[in-house]
Design a protein around this ligand. Structure first.
Ligand SMILES: *Cc1c(COP(=O)(O)O)cnc(C)c1O
Length: 355
């Protein structure tokens, strides 16, 4: 750290992304990417012709992509906001809607970026404990008197709550903005997007990084009332008006139009998820019910940290946190059947060795 860092940021703990080794030698089950490449139409969209236009700025309004998303989700273009990954969307949410008078609440075990943004903006925040077995109790958020961020399904647990429960939370907090982070909604869950029409305090965000095989393109979006979108636009145009680059924009339009390809991939992931959970159960693992493209699992025979380290030494990356409440557990991305078979074979080896 230099002596020039603004005092505002002293002591700030930055988010630590999952490991991204660049040598490709791991079976990579640690950051919930899709094992499938983008759809063929996406490869065609990022063409030499599009590259040859990189001397020109992209459309700051992202009109073509917002229209494609509006058609797809049956909302208006005015309901759609684009961000450079949903991480940027989260950043905009905290900057736009939260302050000393409007603090924020989120589950105590959830996406690690939420407290990072809250600390970045020096926001008072409440980390609401989950209930037994990492269950999220909607009642804990009803009339809480602050803005709310909930990942649904939650990460890293994979657990989901129903649309009717989201609705109770949104309805009982009509003076605050509720952000539902649906990064994993397309792996079997039901989206709360239809509620956007009814509630002007609901913002739903999704990402192209998981279900849509575009983590490297960096694209997230939010759908909410036109007034909320206008608010987000003020911050976007005050920080980075061209936040979506030309190649990602082209790739994303083709992505939205290739929905059936991604749905089929999701069906395969869901089937691999059931396969993996069952195989782990036979090995004595306890796994939380998951509606995401990952599972949260633990064994009474080998603790989470050791499992993570031993798997890594054998070429399989999973995610583990030292935080005491979840230190027993590992989060394992669901990949291709071949990847899951390698993972399971290594787990069997490790269990045999610990005896
Ligand atoms: C992966 C993830 C994100 C970030 O997605 P990007 O669009 O890649 O920035 C946001 N929220 C949750 C809960 C996630 O798991």
């Amino acid at each position: 750290m230099s002596k020039f860092l603004s005092a505002r940021f002293s002591g700030l703990e930055a988010y630590v992304p999952g490991e991204q080794p660049q040598d490709m030698q791991y079976v990579k089950l640690n950051t919930n990417e899709s094992p499938f490449p983008p759809a063929p139409a996406v490869l065609e969209a990022v063409s030499a012709a599009e590259v040859s236009r990189l001397n020109l700025y992209p459309d700051p309004e992202g009109r073509a992509l917002r229209e494609a998303l509006a058609r797809h989700y049956e909302v208006k273009v005015e309901n759609v906001f684009l961000a450079n990954g949903s991480d940027e969307l989260l950043n905009f949410f905290f900057m736009t809607f939260c302050d000393e008078e409007r603090p924020v609440a989120f589950p105590e075990v959830s996406y690690g970026f939420y407290p990072v943004y809250a600390n970045l903006y020096r926001l008072p925040f409440r980390a609401v404990p989950l209930r037994a077995e990492f269950r999220l109790e909607p009642e804990d958020y009803c009339g809480i008197g602050s803005n709310i961020v909930i990942a649904n399904p939650n990460a890293p647990t994979g657990r989901i709550i129903g649309v009717n429960e989201i609705e109770r939370i949104v309805r009982s907090n009509s003076d605050h903005v509720v952000l539902i982070d649906e990064a994993y909604i397309d792996f079997g869950g039901e989206s709360c997007l239809p509620l956007v029409e009814k509630y002007d305090n609901l913002l739903v965000c999704q990402t192209f990084s998981k279900f849509r095989s575009l983590a490297g393109g960096r694209l997230g979006f939010a759908i909410g009332s036109p007034a909320l979108i206008e608010d987000l636009d003020i911050i976007k145009y005050s920080t980075n008006s061209y936040n979506i680059n030309r190649l990602t924009m082209a790739a994303a339009v083709a992505t939205v139009e290739s929905d059936e390809y991604y749905r089929e991939n999701s069906r395969i992931i869901q089937s691999n998820r059931a396969y993996t959970v069952e195989a782990l159960e036979k090995l004595g693992f306890e796994t939380l019910p998951s509606m995401a493209n990952f599972i949260f699992t633990r064994s009474s025979r080998v603790d989470g940290g050791r499992l993570y380290r031993t798997l890594k030494a054998r070429g399989v990356l999973v995610r583990h946190w030292d935080k005491p409440s979840i230190a027993d557990w590992c989060r394992v991305t669901i990949g291709s059947r071949e990847q899951m078979d390698v993972f399971l074979a290594k787990v069997r080896e490790i269990l045999e060795e610990v005896g």
